[in-house]
Design a binder for this molecule. Structure first.
Ligand code: C5P
Length: 238
């Protein structure tokens, strides 16, 4: 199948909107590949930090981005391991500090450009679920279905708090709330691929919805789209 015909479901939205959890569930149920594009920016942040490079040093950060060797490996029962230069990244990848550094690096246009092809390579048969900030606007503009997830900053901070606490991180709700708001502003106001709903995206506010409810809605919308693309398969007349 030509690569541009391989179906893609994009889930964009701010941190804590539910796109990661919903994206992984959708991919599992569809039997499709899953791309966590935020993990690519986070892995870059880890790599830059380990080399002692400042996130404001665009030239040296770009060199690191161009040489980034990253791999996603399924990690049963329900997770994915991120492998950077042959080494599994653990807690370091998910800290709020790594997220902040990633968001600084992600605002540099040449760095986004350097990571574009790497992300597009994940479009493989039978299909791809891709989550991030610009999946529907820039990386996969001809996606089958584009979803934009939102939720109030309070709800998102509480979700992140629960996730990070479960992983054993020492965080406070107040700090997360502030960090999420700062990251939202940086991600939405940057010139390079700002966080925006793609044209034609379906917006879903997940503040009062369960993960299961969001997943079911997204999969229903996708089935409708895929059915419409295939065209009527049978016409019954009485
Ligand atoms: O989604 P996650 O919080 O892991 O992403 C970390 C940061 O990476 C985001 O705050 C954002 O700045 C950046 N990012 C991006 N474009 C994407 C995915 C993530 O700019 N497609």
């Amino acid at each position: 199948m030509p690569v541009n015909d391989i179906p893609v479901l994009t889930l964009d939205g701010p941190s804590g909107s539910g796109k990661g959890t919903v994206g992984q569930l959708c991919a599992q149920r569809l039997g499709w590949h899953y791309l966590d594009s935020g993990a690519i920016y986070r892995a870059l942040a880890v790599s830059v930090a380990r080399r002692g490079i400042s996130a404001r040093d665009a030239d040296r950060s770009l060199e690191v981005a161009r040489a980034l060797r990253i791999d996603f490996r399924p990690s049963p029962p329900d997770g994915v391991e991120v492998v950077l230069d042959g080494q599994v990244l653990d807690a370091e990848l998910r800290t709020e500090e790594t997220g902040e550094l990633a968001s600084w690096l992600a605002a540099i246009p040449v760095i986004r450009g350097a990571l574009l092809e790497l992300q597009r390579r994940y479009r493989r048969e039978p299909g791809l679920v891709a989550d991030g900030r610009d999946m529907g606007t820039v990386v996969f503009p001809n996606a089958t279905l584009k979803i934009f997830l939102t939720a109030s900053a309070e709800v998102r901070a509480r979700r992140r708090y629960k996730q990070l606490k479960l992983k054993g991180f020492d965080v406070t709700l107040a700090h997360l709330f502030q960090s999420i708001q700062e990251r939202d502003i940086r991600d939405s106001e940057r010139n390079a691929s700002p966080l925006l709903p793609a044209a034609g995206a379906v917006a879903l506010d997940t503040s009062d919805l369960s993960i299961e409810e969001v997943t079911t809605r997204v999969l229903d919308l996708l089935q409708t789209k895929l059915g419409a693309e295939r065209g009527p398969t049978s016409v019954t007349t009485e």
